[in-house]
Design a binder for this molecule. Structure first.
Ligand code: SF4
Length: 227
């Protein structure tokens, strides 16, 4: 059928209901045991799979344990330690600079506000949102990664294209108590069924309410292109 509910609010509630049922235990898939490790893992995860990040951090977190140790590591050494990660040179620079700021300006603690976090080198709103949610239990917004971006558009929950605009557009539509899980549910669905290139619409629990369903529609609303 592929018919969305009449309002975006109703559509969001129905999507949440069905995905909660489908992925009851979904949560962040990055491994970490404290806020500093969380911050580093999220910084490394930009444009990189969580699986690869987890492989790298299992050694990295053994080698470096404090913000001082990250900040004092020579650039080459840090780049080498994360060399299987995309953009490892830049990420090594950002990690060293962000941890130096944490030492100098925040007494060695990962800050707990959006503005202080986004002031750190290499930390944008998405990274800050993840750190606030999973490191400090503060939910200030919706984390919009590539899965959330793609599937929110496919489902007709937003027509915005860029992550920060999508977040602003979704916040009045998705109930606040679901902001954190909305992200994880869509990521789980994006990995399991609604993949970027070849979604399995015939096996999707959202098929009858999805205006991008390949079974009934010619266009992928995520890209605006024909399937
Ligand atoms: S898998 Fe298909 S039907 Fe399901 S949400 Fe994605 S595009 Fe829509």
């Amino acid at each position: 059928m592929g018919e969305p509910l009449p309002s975006r609010e109703e559509q969001a509630l129905e999507v949440l209901d069905r995905l909660y049922e489908e992925y009851p235990d979904t949560t962040i898939s990055l491994n970490f045991s404290n806020r500093l490790e969380l911050l580093i893992a999220v910084m490394l995860s930009a444009q990189c799979t969580d699986e690869r990040v987890n492989k790298v951090t299992s050694d990295l977190f053994e080698t470096y344990r404090t913000p001082e140790e990250y900040a004092n590591a020579p650039q080459e050494e840090m780049a080498d330690a994360i060399s299987s990660i995309t953009y490892y040179n830049n990420k090594a620079k950002y990690i060293r600079s962000a941890t130096a700021d944490i030492v100098e300006k925040h007494d060695g603690d990962v800050p707990d506000t959006m503005s202080e976090l986004t002031d750190l080198a290499g930390v944008g709103r998405k990274t800050a949102n993840v750190v606030l949610q999973h490191g400090h239990d503060v939910v200030e917004g919706i984390v919009v990664d590539t899965h959330v971006q793609r599937i929110s558009r496919r489902l007709g929950l937003t027509e915005e294209e860029y992550p920060e605009r999508i977040e602003e557009d979704l916040m009045p539509v998705v109930p606040e108590e679901d902001w954190q899980q909305y992200t994880h549910l869509l990521i789980s669905h994006g990995r399991a069924v609604c993949t970027a290139r070849n979604p399995t619409c015939s096996e999707c629990v959202l098929e009858d309410i999805c205006p991008s369903s390949k079974l009934d529609h010619d266009v992928d609303l995520a890209s605006g292109d024909a399937w």
